[in-house]
Design a protein around this ligand. Structure first.
Ligand code: HEC
Length: 190
């Protein structure tokens, strides 16, 4: 008896599966608006827009919310200029340092190591130590790097430095400054 019930139940469910994919069979919730959206899809034609498209091009000169235009180019001269002109707006307190550490460990430690020591790092998880990235990452836990103006390190994060890639599109400006603070504080959270 159980087997017969199971057979009947599965017949009901399998009835929805057929090879006419362009002509769906029964919809359990087909009458609800949210099942078949009445809104125009991004790439569908749109009779209400002058150019007939749903997705509109952003007006020229638009920038993303919170995004400030960055005037410095990926050149050594601009790195120095950024160092001279940019001011770090983020105070070096325990909360910002903790956030800087978190961001550093996510975005930078894979290459420079959790202790920042680059090639000399004790962190065995870096790409360089695992022979997955051939270029020796710089040691950031040095007086040389701590001596750079904040804006210069901010610039390297934003635009990259020689072989190091830019991280400006991944990390928000405030978090970039927090990473700067964490590096300048010798990889310590107060
Ligand atoms: C994919 C690996 C990689 C990642 C990820 C990476 N770096 Fe680098 N970084 C390098 C390499 C390699 C160099 C050395 C570049 C050179 O000398 O041309 C470098 C150089 C630097 C320098 C310049 C040091 C100097 O004395 O000029 C700074 C500062 C720096 N990185 C900070 C960071 C920070 C902060 C992050 C995280 C936001 C980061 N890096 C992420 C590979 C990386």
């Amino acid at each position: 008896m159980k087997k017969i019930i199971l057979l009947l139940v599965s017949m009901v469910f399998l009835a929805a599966c057929n090879h006419y994919q362009e002509r769906p069979q029964w919809d359990y919730m087909g009458d609800f608006d949210m099942y078949y959206s009445k809104a125009y899809e991004s790439y569908s034609p749109n009779p209400y827009m002058p150019d007939g498209k749903t997705l509109q091009t952003v007006p020229e000169g638009s920038i993303a919310r919170d995004a400030a235009p960055y005037p410095f180019k990926d050149k050594l001269a601009d790195r120095k200029k950024a160092g001279a002109q940019l001011k770090n707006p983020i105070p070096m307190d325990a909360k910002n340092l903790a956030r800087g550490k978190l961001m550093y460990n996510i975005y930078c430690a894979v290459c420079h190591g959790k202790d920042g020591m680059g090639v000399a790092t004790k962190d065995t998880t870096t790409l360089f130590k695992k022979k997955l990235y051939p270029i020796p990452p710089a040691n950031l836990n040095t007086d040389l790097v701590r001596g750079y103006p904040d804006g210069e390190i901010y610039h390297v994060i934003t635009m990259g430095s020689a072989v190091m890639g830019a991280h400006g599109s991944q990390i928000r400006p405030a978090d970039r400054w927090r990473i700067v603070n964490y590096i300048k504080n010798g990889f310590k959270v107060k």
